[in-house]
Design a protein around this ligand. Structure first.
Ligand SMILES: C[S@@+](CC[C@H](N)C(=O)[O-])C[C@H]1O[C@@H](n2cnc3c(N)ncnc32)[C@H](O)[C@@H]1O
Length: 340
């Protein structure tokens, strides 16, 4: 479904769309202040919540009233705000929590970059770099608190998609799987857990690997998971018979993506498998997560989301044959290729 099929009168529908970012920013406030965790057991007034999280009570009330009007909290006749299925997703301690994702996407770096979307559209340049004077990866290296929120957000999104991924795709038969740009290892450890014979190598930039160390090492698959820091534009670890890259290639333009994929090709043996986990942009005007995530890439990294045909071309240009694309019950598909 898209906006053209709605029964809402066009001016009202347009007003709702225009004010969409007001909702987003209020979600950011709720996520940042940890409101969902504070009301998870019982409803609370804005005054009680303001005391607990250090906010201005009447302003917080206005934010929560607005969020209650779109189903994110309940509001009772004593103006106490309570949890709903939507705000459950913002609790810090639920599997696949979206709290960190809300904080990173709507907070201190993505949001200002989106404010300069017009700069990207006018010039083709990366709005984030224009806004902050450096690229996002350099920014995160110098802002460890923000980087932690970003990495937690990636882990939350990965946990969201894990079930759908495992239901759709069987990783059996792989001896050593290298997760390139694997962040804090949520995906790789979940695959190792389901495949007891498999070994894994988690590869990311050295700072991210340092951040992954504690949780991977106390996991039940620590003995089968090696941690390697490096730069995927220079090389990726050898020794794997399959490489997985989730949400990596969408960060980069074709030229840089080819450098990564050719490094993967070089490190893989004959018949090695290349498994990308990415959204595949559907043709036409169908509503799909990938179409706005594509703009997130435009403003944040200079990358883009790709169609099946665009993936096919990337595979061929880097020495792989695209075998099949397996959709999942999440925005992600598994794009499986083999080294030729
Ligand atoms: C969008 S995140 C995806 C993380 C993870 N695969 C996931 O889906 O949760 C991109 C990852 O690429 C890593 N990365 C960026 N540049 C890199 C580089 N030059 N070498 C190695 N890793 C890099 C980042 O640190 C980050 O973990």
């Amino acid at each position: 479904m898209n906006g053209q099929e709605s029964n809402v009168p066009p001016p009202l529908a347009m007003l709702q769309l225009i004010s969409g970012f007001w909702i987003s920013r209020c979600i950011y406030i709720a996520a940042k202040l940890g409101i969902a965790d504070l009301v998870k057991n019982e409803p609370k007034t804005a005054a009680e919540l303001a005391t607990a999280c250090g906010a201005h009570a009447s302003s917080l009330f206005r934010v929560l009233r607005a969020l209650a009007s779109v189903g994110i909290f309940t509001q009772d006749d004593k103006d106490r705000f309570g949890i709903t299925p939507l705000s459950e997703t913002l609790r810090a301690d639920v599997p696949g929590s979206l709290r960190a994702f809300a904080m990173t996407e709507l907070g201190e770096e993505h949001y200002p970059a989106w404010g300069n979307l017009l700069h990207s559209v006018g010039t083709g340049e990366i709005a984030f770099d224009h806004t902050f004077g450096m690229d996002i990866w350099k920014y995160f290296a110098g802002h460890p608190d923000n980087a932690k929120i970003f990495n937690d957000a990636m882990s939350g999104m990965t946990a969201q998609a894990n079930e759908a991924l495992h239901a759709a795709y069987d990783f059996a038969g792989i001896n050593t799987l290298v997760d390139i740009g694997g962040g804090h290892g949520g995906l790789l450890t979940s695959i190792l857990r389901r495949n007891p014979q498999m070994h894994g190598i988690l590869f990311d930039s050295p700072l991210v690997i340092d951040g992954a160390r504690e949780s991977v090492q106390r996991s039940d698959v620590a003995q089968r998971c090696e941690l390697v820091g490096g730069n995927f534009f220079e090389s990726v670890p050898s020794g794997g018979d399959a490489h997985i890259l989730k949400w990596i290639i969408h960060d980069w333009d074709d030229e840089k993506s080819l450098v990564i994929l050719r490094n993967s090709h070089r490190a893989l043996g004959e018949n090695g498998k290349l498994i990308l986990v990415e959204a595949v942009v559907p043709p036409g005007s169908e509503l799909h997560f990938s179409k706005f995530m594509d703009l997130n890439m435009l403003v944040m990294t200079g990358g883009h989301e790709r169609t099946e045909e665009e993936f096919r071309r990337l595979y061929e240009a880097s020495g792989f044959r695209l075998n099949r694309i397996v959709p999942t019950e999440s925005p992600f598909s598994v794009i499986e290729g083999v080294r030729v």
